[in-house]
Design a protein around this ligand. Sequence first.
Ligand SMILES: Nc1ncnc2c1ncn2[C@@H]1O[C@H](COP(=O)(O)OP(=O)(O)OP(=O)(O)O)[C@@H](O)[C@H]1O
Length: 595
Amino acid sequence: MKDLAYLNKFLIKYKWRLIPGIFFVIISNIFAVLPAQVIRVAFDLVKENISIYMLFNGFDRQELVYRIFGYSLMLFGLTVLLLSLLRGLFLFFMRQTIILMSRHIEYDLKNEIYSHYQQLSMAFFRRNNTGDLMNRVTEDVSRVRMYLGPGIMYTINTVVLSVMIIFAMITVNIKLAVYCLLPLPLLVLAIYFVNSIINRRSEMIQQQLSALSSLVQETFSGIRIVKSFVREDTIRANFAAESERYKTNSMALVRVQALFFPLMVLLVGISTIITIYIGGREVMNGTITSGNIAEFIIYVNQLTFPVISLGWVTSLIQRAAASQKRINEFLHTEPEIVSNTQEQTIITGEIKFSGVSFIYPDTGIKALDNVSFTVKPGEFVAIIGKTGSGKSTIANLIMRMYDVTSGELLIDGNPIQKLNLASYRQQVGFVPQEVFLFSETIANNIAFGNSAIGSHEIQQAAKDAAVYQNIVELEQGFETMIGERGITLSGGQKQRVSIARALAKKPAILIFDDCLSAVDTKTEEEILSNLGKNMKGKTSILIAHRVSTIKNADKILVLDQGKIIEQGTHDQLIEGQGAYFELYEKQLLEEEEQN
Ligand SMILES: Nc1ncnc2c1ncn2[C@@H]1O[C@H](COP(=O)(O)OP(=O)(O)OP(=O)(O)O)[C@@H](O)[C@H]1O
């Protein structure tokens, strides 16, 4: 329950919706209780008037008595109608204030969680899967809203209505009140119990549904693999098995739900019978009137709803508390990578690794071991090495996706942690190893890092990335939609759009993480020569596997198992006849064999 206390700040923020809401609940309940009393008076009136009517038997006046009696009954009917209309009006106001408040808080909470996600670092996203992240913004927030809206509304309603009805009952006759209230606690318990079972089973159904949709999503994402490995039958069988489980769970839920309504009617029925039996005896004793029995029957039926909502609201609050606990877990996660200054510094692009070691926090893998090198502004540095040798890790550290475990990473002579994070990243262009493009137009994908960019600059970036020609050949050119909502670009085209996106930022530091693997040698040369022109005076780091790609670099770093084993220009490294030389020889041989 203490987890829900987090939401109090929102309740305070929206107090001018909550307070009138509570007020409307109270007024609507007054109008809910009054009709029973009007009906009691009407009932007693009927009884009295019948006696008077009988008295005038045989007289002309009997007709007049009949008419007056009819009118007064109609008046009572109209009063009940008016009271119900007024109740309805205030119920409307109650929903307009409290439910609307819950929707506002839902909106605020979703935004708060989402913007908190944006501040969290890579390690957090690696620890938690996407489904979980999404669930907390959607499913969990919805449950919390159920507490803030219907939960709060029905709790107040239940309390106010119960107090009013029980008070009205007791003022009429304590004995009758006690007897007809007796089965109600049983009803609360029964409903709470059945509701818990319903919730548990609904949860299982929800989980099963998630499993089913994940299976379908994965199957369709990997449909090419499924078809080429002829696994359609197995996939179909898996789906059937998951569906079967979903059906079994749903059936179990329907069985319990079927019990819910009859149980409720039974217990209310018992209360009504007790009211009539005990009430009848009291009428015979002369302690209450027959109108009171009618009044009590209305009360008992009116109490049904608060009693049901008591059981329902209790389980609803429990679920909301569990959801808020999950939300709080994420909201209280501190971002590991934080900006320590507001000051925005323009960088020239000098990068210095000084005895840097790095261990991935989530796996404990030591990816870099005492790495030292310097890249001067305007230099073109290449990194080469076997897979898993730590090349991408260097890129991750320069992007400050992680902080170094030991040693120092200096940008323009300042520790990277001292720079304003957003402003620094804004000045670094990054082309990741795995291309990711948004389901958007090509132009918007290229302009992603800089919303102020014009179409001329977008086109220039595409030209520099050697993808312009491919784009203009498309029917809608730069306005072509890509990804799930549009066409599929080839692997090499995607890589080049991703390069154009980094170039369009006009960065001071450009990092290419093995992103030329899917382009042919001629295009690769074109991109590199454009890069030479664009990055004059700026720093470029190119991670590659092919020696031919990096021959012209100002400096080449050779990595092995997280250590720099050689560094120098191509010619120096060839002369050194070390690991780089071996790699070069091997690749030359491979090329010759291919030709
Ligand atoms: N996000 C991560 N979390 C945990 N461990 C990681 C992560 N990324 C990489 N590693 C591990 O760190 C080591 C270095 O990986 P890195 O990606 O830097 O190598 P690489 O030289 O870029 O390889 P490749 O040429 O295959 O891209 C590997 O052992 C890898 O398993």
